[in-house]
Design a protein around this ligand. Structure first.
Ligand code: KIV
Length: 262
């Protein structure tokens, strides 16, 4: 069995200038495909609320949803680091609840780290969770759980605030930080200033790594397509074509044929 990637490997990759490739996944078959494709980091993102559950934001996602999906993802992964995303209201209420819920990911799912959204305002939570020996990935910039406070999914441009957030999450013990929806020049400065790896999404080419939502890359989600998305294949079309062919063959009596029958 291949050795699973650890936080130490990620620090080494940053030091050596080796780019980190990350993706989300939400279930066993796709996690297996993503892992076999050489991805370093798999985030079981609360984006599942939108791309799997059909919600219009990530806010309705629960801890039980996240535990279920992270567990079935872990079963398909041998090599990548698996990170469980802490959903809205699983860490904001109290330090105790934050540590308890972060602990559930490691105890119940096979994930080896958690992610939570926010900068300076959540640094005390990052400190408490890492003190419990749970690696934390921070997430600053466009933080989708704050969609209503931000007035929509908007690029964040306050350089002083972003740099402060980045420094504070690093000082609190985060092993990595996702930079989302941030102009490239600011992400470049943050990446240079930090010793922990930055993972960008809509944050330009100079981050230490990149992450995309799997369903965007595969063409399985067409409700909302931000500028930063690159669709590499159209699995939606392939699936529709295959299913249409099945429907026709059933209606025409061509399926099942002799070779599919006992
Ligand atoms: O929930 C998610 O998928 C994320 C990534 C887009 C970083 O937070």
């Amino acid at each position: 069995m291949a050795k699973q990637i650890t936080v130490t490997d990620l620090f080494k990759m940053k030091k050596e200038g080796q780019k980190i490739a990350a993706l989300t996944a939400y279930d066993y078959p796709f996690a297996k495909i993503v892992d076999e494709s050489g991805i370093h980091m798999i985030l079981v993102g609360d984006s599942l609320g939108m791309v799997v559950q059909g919600e219009t934001s990530t806010l309705p996602v629960t801890m039980d949803d996240m535990i279920y999906h992270t567990r079935i993802v872990s079963k398909g992964v041998e090599q990548a680091m698996v990170i469980g995303d802490m959903p809205f209201m699983s860490y904001q209420i109290s330090v105790e609840e934050a540590v308890f819920n972060a602990g559930r990911f490691l105890k119940e799912t096979g994930a080896t780290a958690v992610k939570l959204e926010g900068g300076a305002s959540v640094s005390h939570l990052i400190k408490a969770i890492t003190s419990a020996s749970i690696p934390v990935q921070a997430h600053i910039g466009l933080t989708p759980q704050s969609v209503h406070q931000m007035g929509g999914f908007k690029v964040q441009r306050d350089e002083d605030r972003l740099l402060k957030d980045a420094h504070e999450v690093e000082a609190a013990g985060a092993f990595s930080v996702v930079l989302e929806g941030i102009p490239s020049d600011i992400s470049k400065k943050i990446t240079k200033a930090l010793s922990i790896p930055t993972i960008g999404i809509g944050a330009g080419p100079d981050c230490d790594g990149q992450i995309l939502v799997l369903h965007d890359l595969l063409g399985l989600y067409d409700r909302h397509r931000p500028k930063f998305v690159k669709q590499y294949v159209d699995l939606g079309k392939a699936a529709r074509d295959g299913i249409k062919a099945y429907v026709s063959e059933v209606q025409e009596g061509k399926f099942p044929a002799k070779e599919h029958s006992y």
